[in-house]
Design a protein around this ligand. Structure first.
Ligand SMILES: Cc1ncc(C[n+]2csc(CCOP(=O)(O)OP(=O)(O)O)c2C)c(N)n1
Length: 671
């Protein structure tokens, strides 16, 4: 429909949508950067969605049963900020909108989780929002089954553009959502035929509707500017028991001279263009000015969910005290008090029995005692369940037939899995973990990175963490992955050396609230090295003295994971020659770096020769070898300088010279 026709046919709607458009025009112009086109193109859909369908209460933005709104095409962030301001979210003041994209403003270039209520997840890397939304929808299905539909019964609405749908992760997400019949998930495809380089037809000719339908979705279309057409589509989507794609025909940068062109994608900042566009809308107000009456109409929309929220509160209050306490604990993300005692008991048992097990197996042993006391854990694997040891006996499989199941077969979709795990956590009430081979962290990296940026405590169970996996060879043997993961801010990488450290790592990963964790676990069996039971979680310090030097301390051997036992064997060789050798186990460099200097100095005093052993590339070890009172000439590294090799694990270690003998020789050459 033409603008003039729309304006005269639906004046009330038009003005509300124009308020979003005007704010986007003004904020992008003021910042002299940003993306005007998407907010101008999707304002009508957003207006109908928020006015007629979204269940939310702007005064109670944390209401657990609110509908979730995810802007996957995050470059259109001004659309979200305008909505939050107009509907009256306290955080989103007009001042913040005016400071769009400026230092310390909550109105960042792309929506950032934690900056303001109503921003459900960080988006910007295209495809992440739609993939994360699958986790939100799964969480709602699962929690509805657990808590009942009076407590959880809501939708997840997603805005996505051509970019999101072109990204590969969208296929993983779509397939997962379709297979799982996530009927509470509704995606609005901003079908404007434009990306940055020009027409979509330059690079893509996919029949998107057919693609979604092939994965089990309900598909429909609407005129993305006609409020009646949009409303009909949303009603139909809500009635479906399958996830729904609404293909919305829209005009990017509607009403501007850049409409329907790639120029309209980015920042429209020319004052004449901005003014002419406002004129086309019949918008006669100054920059950032929303007339009172119109603002009140929007504020009423922000309040319309108050009744539903109050009814929800009544239903919640009627729960037993025990259930309420459980809800509050899991919603806050707190581990149960029992966790510490449970882990201690497991540690004691492992210390006494001293099994030789792979740390992936030790991880399963930990999960076997954790999952029964933490009903909020939600496990899974990208088709490597038997290898990742992520499934325990009590979980049940999450499926359309069993929404109470707490274990997800994600299929061979590492990226989709990790994005969904973020959604499960961001929704609230759940603690997701998921497994794959460590090497395939590459396939999941964009989601791991965003989870780290958001500081959400999800747990990546990455098994087969070195050449120690053996015969599968270099395609499967991670070499650079530890460095990549350790280099990621806010991500804690645990590489435990035995069953005791593995249990401690799980306790930390589930206990701490503000970072995701990687558990880097071995395929091969490892001896128990912690043979004396300690109540204290030693892994919490990141590194600690596992074995003290006998006699004068001349060398310090450092290692993580499977190489700690090599360090212990090297120590035996050196001590036999009278060379006093300390072994430092370093399961988590990040946590060690966070310790105060006095502790770090106690673990790594100056003077001694230092050798680190890790079956991976050396990047990341410099600080502990040459820094922190160490000296470059007195430090060495035993590890990998190339890709791995297809061979039995023992042969691979010998081939690369990662042995106790080599470590002992290295020490002697440096003395
Ligand atoms: C993973 C990723 N690759 C590239 C970009 C850069 N980028 C931002 S928007 C965009 C084009 C998106 O086109 P579309 O989704 O159609 O958005 P519209 O032009 O309709 O606003 C690109 C390539 C990005 N944000 N994320």
């Amino acid at each position: 429909m033409e603008i003039d026709v729309l304006r005269s046919a639906y004046p009330d709607h038009w003005n509300k949508a124009a308020a979003i458009r005007a704010l986007a025009l003004d904020a992008v112009a003021a910042a002299n950067s940003g993306h005007t086109g998407m907010p101008l193109g999707m304002a009508d859909i957003a207006t109908v969605l928020f006015e007629k369908h979204m269940k939310f209460d702007a005064a109670n933005p944390d209401w657990p049963n609110r509908d979730r709104f995810i802007v996957s095409n995050g470059h259109g962030s001004m659309l979200l900020y305008a909505l939050l301001y107009l509907t009256g979210y306290e955080d989103m003041t007009l001042e913040q909108v005016k400071n769009f994209r400026q230092l310390e403003a909550i109105t960042a270039g792309h929506p950032e989780y934690g900056h303001a209520k109503g921003i459900e997840t960080t988006t910007g890397p295209l495809g992440q929002g739609i993939a994360t939304s699958v986790g939100f929808a799964m969480a709602e299905e699962h929690l509805r089954a657990v808590w009942g539909s009076k407590i959880f019964d809501h939708h997840t609405y997603v805005f996505a553009g051509d970019g999101c749908l072109m990204e590969g992760v969208s296929q993983e997400a779509i397939a997962l959502a379709g297979h799982q019949k996530l009927g509470n998930l509704i995606v609005f495809f901003d079908d404007n035929s434009i990306t940055i380089d020009g027409e979509v037809s330059l690079a893509d000719s996919t029949d998107q509707k057919a693609r979604f339908a092939a994965s089990g979705w309900e598909v429909m279309g609407c005129d993305g500017h006609d409020p009646v057409s949009i409303d009909h589509a949303i009603n139909a989507a809500k009635a479906s028991d399958r996830p729904t794609l609404i293909e919305c025909k829209t005009h990017i940068a509607l009403g501007s001279s850049a409409q329907d062109t790639a120029k309209g994608h980015g920042a429209l900042t020319d004052p004449d263009v901005v003014q002419n566009t406002k004129d086309a809308y019949g918008w006669g107000y100054g920059p950032f000015e929303i007339p009172d009456e119109l603002l009140q109409e929007w504020r009423d929309i922000g309040r319309k969910g108050a009744q539903a929220r109050a009814e929800w509160q009544e239903a919640y209050d009627a729960l037993s005290d025990r259930k309420k306490a459980e809800f509050e604990r899991t919603w806050a993300g707190d581990a149960p008090k029992k966790l510490a005692g449970t882990i201690r008991a497991l540690k004691k048992q492992i210390t006494e029995e001293a099994p030789k097990v792979a740390t992936r197996k030790a991880s399963e042993m930990a999960l076997e005692v954790i999952n029964p006391i933490m009903p909020e854990t939600f496990g899974g694997s990208a088709d490597l369940t038997g290898s990742n040891n992520t499934q325990t006996s009590d979980l049940g499989i999450f499926s359309p037939e069993n929404r109470k199941g707490r274990y997800m077969h994600y299929g061979i979709r590492e990226h989709g899995m990790c994005a969904a795990m973020s959604g499960l956590k961001l929704h609230g009430g759940l603690r997701p973990y998921g497994g794959t081979f460590m090497c395939f962290a590459d396939y999941a990296r964009p989601s791991i990175r965003l989870a780290s940026l958001m500081r959400i405590p999800v747990v990546y169970v990455l098994t087969h963490d070195s050449i120690g996996l053996g015969e599968d060879g270099p395609t499967h043997q991670p070499v650079e992955h530890l460095a990549m993961l350790r280099a990621t801010p806010n991500l804690h990488v645990f590489r435990p050396c035995d069953g005791v450290e593995t249990a401690e790592a799980w306790e930390l990963a589930l206990g701490r609230m503000d970072t995701p964790s990687v558990l880097a676990l071995s395929r091969q069996g490892l001896p128990t090295l912690r043979l004396e039971h300690k109540q204290k979680n030693l892994t919490a310090s990141g590194a600690y003295v596992l074995a003290e030097a006998e006699g004068k301390r001349q060398a310090i051997l450092m290692a993580s994971g499977s190489e700690v036992s090599l360090a212990m064997a090297a120590r035996d060789l050196l001590q036999a020659e009278g060379i006093g050798t300390r072994v430092v186990s370093m399961p988590c460099m990040d946590l060690f770096a966070e310790q105060d200097e006095a502790y770090r100095k106690r673990v790594l005093p100056g003077g001694a020769v230092r050798v680190a052993i890790e079956a991976a590339g050396p990047m990341g070890w410099d600080r502990w070898l040459s820094g922190e009172r160490g000296r470059g000439q007195k430090a060495g590294f035993i590890g990998m300088e190339s890709f791995g090799v297809s061979a039995p694990a023992g042969d691979a270690y010998a081939h690369f010279g990662i042995t106790a003998e080599a470590a002992a020789e290295k020490v002697k050459s440096l003395l």
